[in-house]
Design a protein around this ligand. Structure first.
Ligand SMILES: [Zn+2]
Length: 213
């Protein structure tokens, strides 16, 4: 259920064990200041959201940073956010889990039954990129490789890959292998993969080996 709060009155309200309402207005965004100074006050939160974020925090045992939570429609427009964004309904957060690669975070989010997941896998570095989660009822997963605007639907985090496969997940694999990122899983990708990870196909386990800690 979506609930409405006043930032001024409720900002220290606990949404889950380790999260307070204030964090739903990302501290890393200029929006936080607009709330602090009273330019905005009303904010929306789906109460299904933070118990899930709490689960993620406890699973990894790491600090979770909300890089975007609620965005008022007028603010969203001014930063050219998607007009249908779940953030303006209070149903979405973008998160970074300190020291954990977003690929591994997205895999866990799928495991615990989150239906809306976007993986922004910008680099091999665990502290770049983020995972968007929202409370939609119909499953929709997407992935980006290098920029926000270009995303593709994906069936699962993360799919099996083998010779002949193409797309963003292959580019992410190639980036990890430090080879040309043409998005085509060919002979070269296969042989470098074998050299580095002693396998010719990428399974869920291989993704964990490559990006896990
Ligand atoms: Zn988002």
């Amino acid at each position: 259920m979506i609930k409405q709060y006043s930032y001024k009155k409720d900002k220290n309200l606990k949404l889950a064990q380790n999260f307070i309402l204030k964090e739903h207005i990302a501290g890393t965004s200029p929006l936080r200041n607009l709330y602090e100074t009273g330019k905005y006050d009303v904010l929306l939160v789906d109460d299904y959201l933070y118990p899930k974020v709490q689960m993620i925090r406890e699973h990894f045992g790491c600090f979770v940073i909300i890089t975007s939570g609620y965005r008022p429609a007028s603010y969203n427009k001014s930063v050219n956010g998607a007009t249908s964004s779940k953030h303006i309904e209070g149903c979405a957060v973008d998160i970074q889990v300190k020291g954990i690669h977003p690929i591994i975070v997205a895999m866990y989010c799928e495991k615990i039954g989150i239906k809306g997941i976007g993986l922004y896998a910008y680099s091999n570095n665990a502290n770049e990129g983020f995972v968007h989660i929202d409370t939609r009822a119909e499953k929709y997963y997407w992935i980006t490789y290098s920029d926000k605007a270009n995303y593709r639907e994906i069936k699962t985090f993360m799919p099996e890959l083998m010779r002949g496969d193409t797309g963003y997940t292959v580019k992410i694999l190639q980036r990890k292998l430090a080879i040309t990122q043409d998005g085509v899983f060919g002979q070269n990708t296969e042989s470098i993969l074998y050299k580095k990870y002693q396998t010719r196909i990428v399974t869920m386990k291989t993704w964990e080996r490559m990006f896990g800690t």
